[in-house]
Design a protein around this ligand. Structure first.
Ligand SMILES: [Cu+2]
Length: 115
């Protein structure tokens, strides 16, 4: 609870600054489409240690990205066509967290940005 509160306060105190386009805040869901180009967006910024919900929706039938795997998560999340699948991840304290299709051809990155 305390961590969530601090995260909310941090988010509130940052309101004056221009927000990056794909910032994922507390409790927010980040929509990620799977298209012929791969994951869109493929870069999501978030705060250190933030819980992030990624909602993947596969929009193309012919793609090898019919599932997604998140670094450090042993679960392969299947992505049925046009059916949103929510994947909860916790951002590391710094650095990045990668996600990719099972063959590691299409990739995305969650970038931790210190607030
Ligand atoms: Cu692939």
């Amino acid at each position: 609870m305390r961590v969530a509160l601090i995260a909310m306060l941090l988010a509130a105190s940052c309101k004056q600054q221009p927000q990056p386009a794909r910032q994922s805040g507390p409790g927010e869901v980040t929509e990620i489409a799977v298209t012929e180009k791969g994951f869109e967006p493929d870069r999501i910024r978030t705060a250190p240690g933030q819980q992030v919900t990624l909602r993947f929706t596969r929009k193309v039938a012919q793609t090898c990205a019919d599932a997604v795997e998140v670094q450090g998560d042993p679960v392969r999340h299947m992505l049925p066509l046009n059916a949103p699948v929510e994947v909860k991840v916790t951002a590391p304290k710094s650095g990045q967290l990668a996600f990719a299709c099972p063959m590691d051809m299409y990739r995305g990155t969650i970038v931790v940005v210190a607030q």
